[in-house]
Structure formats: C-alpha cells, structure tokens
Ligand binder design. Structure first.
Ligand code: FAD
Length: 576
C-alpha cells in the first residue's frame, strides 16, 4: 500500500501495544467482528513478540476469560498449577506454613494459580488472534495522535523509518507503563516509587536431600534485608525457577549477580543452589494510576493505566480484565448500538478495581519488604511463633480468593440495576454487578456449569426458578421481555437460558414446562437443572427471578419474580 493510500485508511479501533492487554482486546474485538463488521488494527513498536517470562501468575479470573475465548485448555496444558506456597521465617526456622493455592472449590473449576511465562501467554493469545483472522503489525510505533473535526482519531505511526497516518474511530492505548497514548492525553500517572531495589532471576534451583521446601511449590519468606520469593515454572525444554528478592542496601546500584540469589537461598532452612541464570535484572517498582481510563474516542488499559508491585501477581491479570470489560462496550459502540454513556462505564467500573488492587498490593509489599520500623515490627509479629500459629493461617485461608480477582464486582456501577423485595441489602448474596455465581448444572443428561452457560459474545437472559409454577410465570413474562430486549438481540446478541431447581426429565424442553413456551424467546431457550440445590440457594438468595448477564459474565440486571419490571429502562441505559 502506498503512503498516500495509507493516509486514507480508516479503522474502527486502533490498538496500540500488543502485550497481554492489547492481545486480549484484539481477540475480543476480532471475534465480535469476524464478518468484517469491526475493523481492528493492532500495532506494536517491538520487532516481534516478547520472549521475556515477566508475569508468571495467571489468576483464576484470567483463566475464566481464557475459557470464554476458548484458549484455557491450551494455557492449562502449557502451564503448571501452583499448588501451594511455603512461607518460611528465615535462617534456622524449622516450621514452615504451606498456603494452599490449588483451587477455590465451588467457585471455579480452574486451578488457583497457573504458572505460565508471559511470553507463552502472549503466544497463545497471538495464535488465537491469527486463527480468528487478526494480526499484529510489529515494528510499528504509535508516535502521537490528535482528534479530527469529524470526531476521528488521527494516529501517527512509524514503521521501517517511515511515518504514516491512520484514522481510527477509537484508539486504545495498551502500550504499557511508558504509554504514548497516556502522554498524548496529557494524563498524570499519579503515585510513587516504591522503596528499595529488587532483583529478578530466572535460573535453576537444586535442593539437596530430596527437597523439603522446593518440592515443586513456591516459597516465600523473610531474608536478610527484606523478602525473597521463589516460584517454579515450566519452560520450553525444561523447568525453571523465578527468584525475586529485595536487595540489601549495600548491594544497591551494583551489577546484579546470581550470588545475591544464592545469599537469599542460604536463608532458607534447607541447602539449595542457584545455577544457570537465564535472565537477571534489577528493577525499581512504582505504584501509579491515571485518574481516568479514558472517554470519548480514546482509552487506556493495562499497564498504561496502572502499575504496582508484583505482590500477589496481579498486574497482567488486571490488564486482561480491563480489556475484557472494554471490548464488548467498544464493539457495541462500533456497531452503532451503544447508548451514549456506555463507554464511560469502562473507566467508572475498572478504575475502582485498579485502585483497590494498588492499595492492597502496596500494603502487602510494604509489609513484606519495607526497611521501615513499622514494617519490620509487622514482619517480626507475623513470623513469631504467635504469628505463625494465629495470623499466617488466617492470611493463608484468604489468599486464594484475594489473588484470584473473583472478588471483583460492579455493584456500584451505573450499569447495575436490581429490583428485589425489601430485605436488608447485605442479606442478599447476589446483587446486580456480581459475577454470575458458579454452579454445576445438568442439561440433557450432561453435566455443565454456569461458565459454559455464559460463554460467548452475547448477553444471556437467565431465568431461574424453584418450582414448575414459577417456571410457568417466568416463561409467560418472556413475551413482554422480548420487546424490551430487542435492541440487545439485534446488536451484541441474546441467548436465553433457564436454570431450574426441581426435578426434570433428562430430555425436558421449555415446551414441557408451560404452554407459553411457544414464544420466540422461549423456543430458543436452553434448559438446565441445578445439581446442588443448597449451593444454588446460598449463592442466589432469590428462588425465582431473572438475571441479564453481560457478555463479560457479570449480572447487569436482576429482578425477583413478582416485582415491577425495570428491564426496559435498563436496556435503554445500555443501548441506543
Ligand atoms: C519482572 C516482572 C514480573 C511480573 N510478574 C507478574 C506476575 O506474576 N503476575 C502479573 O499479573 N503481572 C506481573 N508483572 C506485570 C506484567 O508483566 C504487566 O502487568 C503486563 O505486562 C502488562 O501488560 P500490558 O499489555 O498492559 O503491557 P505490556 O506488557 O507492557 O505491553 C505493552 C506493549 O506495547 C508496546 N508499545 C509500547 N509503546 C508503544 C508505542 N508507542 N506504539 C506501539 N506499541 C508500543 C510494547 O512493545 C509492548 O509490547 C510482572 C512484570 C515484570 C516486569
């Protein structure tokens, strides 16, 4: 294409940066516009995919996002589940505590933490993008952008020393911590540099005598000058360990060496040797966030919008979830069916989540590494025999949920609406804005889960009920709901499912449940039976009602059977 032609190129979305956040966004957009309805261009300044292992921890929420995209099985086969982490208290310590991380039973079928080098995660996302017909233009840097009077974004790009312009309806900066998009927006990256210097090494670790601490699980604990963490991961052609340690003050500014990893290992109550370094790097850490993730035509996601300490392995996962939240809203805007305010809810929903993660990772990191008197005292208490008996077990029980990001909800969002009978708000377990609870279901004799029920790019209207009478009432209300839901059905798409908490014939259909089942929505309905009635009652609270589940798996609208419906007004908030 000549430079002149390129000047005229108009795309729907220009994604600047193909790290995990940009690749996920591109996947989500391309799969929604496979018929060419969404023109996406993805550029990355690097000459090719990154080979660095960087983020190792793929959290549960990200595995669910991957499941939805159809790449979870590959990620699971290439990664290694981190079953537990041993917390040790330093030299001479005989007692350790094992924090179990392997799963959250009843909340998700996936392992608690999948250890997978970021380069592999990116490769999986890139391969999937290509299989969907998308691609990344490597060696293409976003130099700057400006808004045109027609409401487009004029993006200045450079590739092979040549500059050219692409006009985009939307620009998303997934271009990392030094984001050109953030600079172009003139946004401040408010926050601070974290105290201290940190060393990261990917190397072999061999433990003498059959392995006591390094038995295939991670280890984390107090070492001279701060904390050290050691995590195993599978790499091409073998195994590797990631060591991440706080440097001693006297090492600060010096060249990083494996000797520092060895010194940290010598603090463990075992004999272990570090060998064959593959990547050693020293880095400073920051905790920063922009004030808004964007509005109008230009948005930020991932490290371009927030950076923080590696405590809990949250960063990449936070960026993936940003992209998941933005993608369906952006797709609706491109397809012309979004309400004027829909895109603004991206920042409204994701900024507070980022803030909460920054606050918690800052606190955890300071507690683990800060040389300050308060932090040292806190570490002293945590690793005292009292702390080991009383505090660490509580932290360890909470750790899997805390790091999973399954706690995220959008209850406070303007996109969440519910019509429930009066009862103290807190006593309802399920609210609009919550992730659709995980349930095991049976359908035509096969076992499935709510994760499969909400899989795909459409909205899902879920009718749930505990008696045939309630099923009949809900199904008869579908005709009225059909009109209200028309803009969704015509835009992103709508599926209808019914979850029943009573006995059904194995091959039952909606037609067996009521005479109203001939309405178009009911005839396309998928029917599921709850496998564990107590679990359903505990997670839903409501016995009979409807939930409109957004494409990202969160309940947008929740209504109890018998309440005056607000579904039409809810759909008007979402759609044009
Ligand atoms: C050592 C280390 C360990 C980590 N461990 C973890 C962990 O265990 N778990 C976790 O969740 N997170 C971890 N993180 C954080 C994680 O790596 C980041 O949060 C993640 O990479 C962010 O992804 P991103 O796509 O937002 O940005 P990036 O991965 O930074 O990708 C940005 C992309 O944009 C491109 N780019 C930059 N500028 C331009 C431009 N002007 N034009 C076009 N392209 C551009 C870059 O080439 C790059 O490919 C770790 C980070 C480090 C450094």
């Amino acid at each position: 294409m000549s430079a002149e032609d390129e000047n005229k190129v108009v795309v729907d979305v220009l994604v600047a940066g193909a790290g995990p956040s940009g690749l996920l966004l591109a996947n989500e957009l391309v799969r929604r516009g496979a018929d060419g309805r969404i023109k996406v261009r993805v550029v990355d300044a690097a000459l090719g995919p990154s080979e660095h292992s960087k983020a190792l921890a793929v959290q549960l929420n990200s595995l669910e996002i991957f499941h939805d995209l159809g790449v979870a099985a590959r990620a699971l086969s290439e990664g290694k589940s981190l079953a537990s982490n041993t917390v040790f208290a330093g030299k001479g310590c005989k007692q350790e505590l094992k924090i179990k991380l392997d799963s959250l039973p009843g909340e998700s079928p996936f392992p608690g933490i999948l250890v997978l080098p970021q380069s592999r995660t990116e490769k999986i996302l890139l391969d999937n993008l290509k299989s969907l017909g998308g691609n990344v233009e490597y060696g293409t840097e976003l130099m700057g952008f400006s808004n045109t009077k027609d409401g487009l974004v004029e993006c200045r790009l450079r590739a092979e020393g040549r500059e050219f312009t692409v006009l985009a309806r939307y620009l998303v900066g997934t271009d990392g911590a030094h984001s050109a998009v953030r600079h172009g927006l003139g946004m401040k990256f408010t926050g601070h540099k974290l105290e201290g210097e940190f060393l990261l090494a990917d190397c072999d670790i061999n433990e003498e005598g059959g392995g006591k601490i390094f038995d295939g699980t991670g280890a984390i604990g107090k070492i001279e000058g701060g904390m050290g963490g050691f995590f195993p991961y599978a790499r091409d052609g073998g195994a590797s360990w990631r060591a991440i340690i706080t440097r001693r003050e006297e090492d600060s500014g010096a060249q990083a060496s494996l000797a520092e990893v060895q010194r940290a290992l010598d603090f463990l109550p075992t004999k272990a040797t570090a060998r064959s370094p593959r990547w050693i790097s020293v880095f400073a850490l920051h905790s920063r966030q922009v004030e808004s993730y964007g509005s109008g035509t230009t948005f930020l996601a991932g490290d371009a919008a927030h950076i923080h300490s590696p405590a809990g392995g949250q960063g990449m996962n936070l960026g993936l979830a940003d992209s998941q939240n933005l993608a369906w809203k952006l797709a609706m805007a491109v397809q012309g069916c979004a309400s004027p305010g829909l895109l603004d809810t991206y920042s409204e929903e994701r900024h507070p989540v980022g803030r909460r993660i920054l606050t918690s990772t800052d606190a955890a990191f300071a507690g683990m590494t800060s040389p300050g008197a308060l932090s040292r005292a806190a570490r002293g208490i945590l690793f005292s025999s009292f702390g080991r008996k009383r505090i660490l077990p509580i932290l360890s029980a909470r750790a899997p949920k805390m790091v999973s990001q399954l706690w995220v909800n959008y209850r406070a969002s303007s996109l969440s609406q519910e019509v429930l009978p009066w009862k103290p708000w807190r006593s309802w377990p399920l609210h609009a804005g919550d992730r659709l609870p995980f349930l095991t279901l049976a359908s035509t004799g096969k076992s499935t889960t709510t994760l499969d029920l909400k899989r795909g790019t459409s909205f899902v209207l879920v009718l749930f009920c505990s008696s045939e009478g309630a099923a009949d009432l809900l199904l008869s209300g579908l005709d009225a709901a059909r009109e209200a839901l028309e803009p969704i059905a015509a835009g992103p798409g709508l599926e209808v499912s019914m979850i029943v908490d009573f006995m059904l014939k194995a091959d039952a259909t909606a037609g067996d449940l009521c005479s109203h089942a001939s309405s178009p929505l009911a005839s396309a309905l998928s029917l599921f039976r709850v496998e564990d009635s107590a679990d359903f009652k505990q997670k839903f609270g409501l016995k009979d009602g409807i939930a409109l589940v957004r494409p990202d798996g969160y309940v947008g609208y929740l209504e109890a059977l018998g309440m005056k419906s607000q579904l039409s007004s809810y759909v008007r908030r979402l759609t044009k």
